[in-house]
Design a protein around this ligand. Structure first.
Ligand SMILES: *Cc1c(COP(=O)(O)O)cnc(C)c1O
Length: 401
């Protein structure tokens, strides 16, 4: 068999301009705490139509400071979806809070509004309402934020959008991150995401106090604002620590890369949508479910996730694709079934749609440099892998019956 270039499931797209932007910082005066971070924050906030963007060293850190800024602490409950990366739930645990989950809608793979509504009614009855809800825009497709926001209002919950997959997406004509339907929106700039800073993240908000609180927490809880000082002013060396913060700062190297990448955000999202269209056409007719295309909202198309009609084929198809050099992935193993969360009391059967999803989903390669030929190759390999397995499976079924 011919050896072919491996295809990752996602990867960064770095231009010569991006490289120059980082090198310029290296030649300059500030590697960190210089002007590149606020420049990136302002550009990001402007693109999203938010008042503030607070850049940090990862989306995980952004989720942590967002929870703290909203006052999450021991005794509180935070809900998210099980179909996400563990960080969406871990942020609550960092604050000493309990985690709960809301099942997904199998059509969109996003948080189900029907399940959310039912669980909220039950939680009100037992006095276990969540303080914060963290919906995740899975694969870049915005959640039904209008409905989620309406429920949050009536139950007195705050909302953090985990938009790690969704920078550049639009919901009801507005950019994700505008904050119209939430308190804080989180982005990730890990290299597999839409734009990258190496590692990095940001928290966007329209609330001045939340922004100030998150900015304080990302840098040890220290302020240099004389007007805010609580001790007597002693001299120009003075800074004050007002609470227990962290070093979650983004460097200027990262911010310069982010600023440069941001210029191509719209282009990246357009390219990803075009690739999704090519996949849709190439995969038509295979026994699988393709991602939902939603004319009303623009997905950032972070991932292209298909679901096999026959879960029994999942592992074999997955392994065959990897053997063919196509580095497919699973987004996601349900978070509540991770050993850490099982030990907190979650079990199989708790969130059936997310579990079924985890048992049949495959993320195909998706990144701007992917070509039409690559997509043909993936489609053919996938068809072959399914066909290799189907006859055996049918034979097995025949034996059983
Ligand atoms: C990637 C990701 C994160 C974490 O992002 P980092 O920047 O790597 O910390 C959180 N939530 C979701 C949904 C993600 O995909």
């Amino acid at each position: 068999m011919e050896a072919r270039t491996p295809l990752p499931y996602g990867r960064q797209d770095i231009s010569e301009e991006d490289i120059r932007a980082v090198v310029d910082v290296l030649r300059g005066d500030w590697l960190t705490q210089g002007p590149a971070v606020p420049a990136f924050e302002q550009a990001l906030a402007a693109i999203c139509g938010a008042r503030h963007a607070v850049a940090v060293n990862s989306a995980t850190s952004a989720l942590h400071v967002a929870c703290l800024a909203l006052g999450v602490g021991p005794g509180d409950i935070v809900w998210t979806t099980p179909n996400t990366f563990v960080a969406s739930a871990n942020c609550a645990r960092y604050c000493g809070a309990d985690v709960g989950f809301v099942d997904i809608d199998p059509a969109t793979m996003n948080m189900s509004v029907t399940d959310l509504s039912a669980r909220l009614a039950a939680a009100r009855a037992n006095g276990t309402l969540p303080k914060v809800l963290i919906p995740v825009h899975f694969a870049g497709l915005p959640c039904d934020m209008q409905a989620i926001h309406a429920l949050a209002k009536s139950y007195g919950m705050r909302i953090i959008e985990d938009a790690s997959h969704a920078v550049g997406a639009r919901y009801r004509g507005e950019p994700v991150g505008s904050g119209r339907y939430s308190d804080i929106t989180i982005f990730s700039f890990h290299p597999v995401k839409i734009i990258t800073t190496g590692e990095g993240g940001a928290a966007l908000t329209n609330d001045d106090e939340l922004a100030a609180r998150m900015a304080l927490l990302r840098s040890h809880g220290i302020t240099r604002d004389v007007a805010a000082f609580r001790n007597d002013y002693l001299g120009p060396w003075q800074y004050e620590q007002h609470e227990l913060g962290f070093n979650y700062r983004m460097t200027d190297l990262q911010a310069a890369l982010g600023f440069s990448q941001l210029r191509r955000l719209a282009e990246f999202v357009e390219r990803r949508n075009a690739l999704a269209g090519l996949y849709d056409a190439a995969l038509a007719g295979l026994p699988l479910q393709r991602p939902q295309r939603d004319a009303a909202h623009l997905s950032a198309c972070h991932l292209y996730v298909v679901r096999l009609d026959e879960p029994g084929l999942h592992r074999a198809v997955f392994e065959q694709l990897r053997a063919d050099g196509i580095h497919v992935n699973l987004h996601y193993m349900p978070v509540h079934l991770q050993p850490y969360y099982r030990q907190l009391g979650f079990a199989d059967g708790d969130f059936l749609h997310a579990e079924r999803h985890g048992a049949c989903a495959i993320s195909l390669p998706m990144y701007p440099a992917l070509t039409r030929e690559d997509i043909e190759r993936v489609a053919q390999a996938l068809a072959r892998a399914i066909n290799l397995q189907l006859p055996e499976k049918e034979a097995e079924d025949a034996l059983i019956s």
